[in-house]
Design a protein around this ligand. Sequence first.
Ligand code: MLT
Length: 389
Amino acid sequence: MANTKIKCLNPIASIGLDMLGAEYDIIENVEEADGILVRSASMLDMELPKSLKAVARAGAGVNNIPLEKCAENGIVVFNTPGANANGVKELVIAGMLMASRDIAGGINWVRDNADDENIAKSSEKAKKAFAGCEIKGKKLGIIGLGAIGVLVANAASALGMEVYGCDPFLSINNALNLSRLVHIVKDREEIFANCDYITVHVPLLDDTKGMINKDTIDLMKDGVVILNFARDILVNEDDLAVALESGKVAKYVTDFANPKSVTMKNTIITPHLGASTAESEDNCAIMAVEEIKDFIENGNIRNSVNYPPCDAGVCTTAGRVTICHRNIPNLISSISGVFSAVGVNIDHMFDKSRGDYAYSIIDISSPSTPDMLSKLEAIEGVLKVRIIK
Ligand code: MLT
């Protein structure tokens, strides 16, 4: 069998790539790719190769990938939730500290006064310009308690902050990992009204875009600090610029430099450094490669953002076929009809749906044949069929 071809659209840590093994080739030409590994490169305008089966993003956000177009073409998109969460958490805590103490101003002052022989004495005079406040005892509101939000909540709580979290989709796992000191609130308005620091950890979706805007800022305390290490357009930056100008928002700390954010007053902006640690890059590469390998070799789906989870383990029967299909009535019976027509027994069949799309793993008692493949592909609503074995 030919090797599986993987295209990396960004550099991916070698610890992950090394796990691909001898049956995989890293290729240059994306048009031949079976799988794509990507970090921040935009795939939004890319022509998706016919051969493409899977895309794995080494990171959490997937706004650089056309999820719907991929789903329509039977291409399963994965991300790596939690793999870089610690790296992002540490930068959020650093951002909160930098918003509270003028560390950068102080460092710059020392640099600018390096020639002053009396710098030790001058420092004592100059330092009042860089004085700040402590975060201990302050109220932190976290919108979104996913992997990153939970780590930020626990760390801030350990630093003595009073932490409030809000997430209508809080998973059992994340709830179990949350410190008991963290107050869960039902409405984010409670966070807007009461917190001194507000940090956003939600994915970029149609209904989260611009969620920090004039209306929500108006609900906040005067002098609030807003942190955004998720995605820039979660914040309406025109509204925020006005609030920063008036002092309503004391500081905006963000990991997203863009032509607008860099012009705004009272900002602390880093160039998307959240996951730029050796540990996060390694963790993301390992997870992305594990996901793509399990999908290519066994047809299993773990951590997809456009198809449902579906895990049938390693195939122990003579054949396995996987099908990406639309979630429509009678399709499963048409699929099983193909096997019964050729006298092949289905040993196990797993079918899971997610919105408009569904995925089947079918283990059969004889090896799959090209004839089955073409019959399955001809069914209305079938998007991609793969013979695993
Ligand atoms: C993510 O989506 O995981 C973060 O933005 C970090 C990154 O991609 O570098």
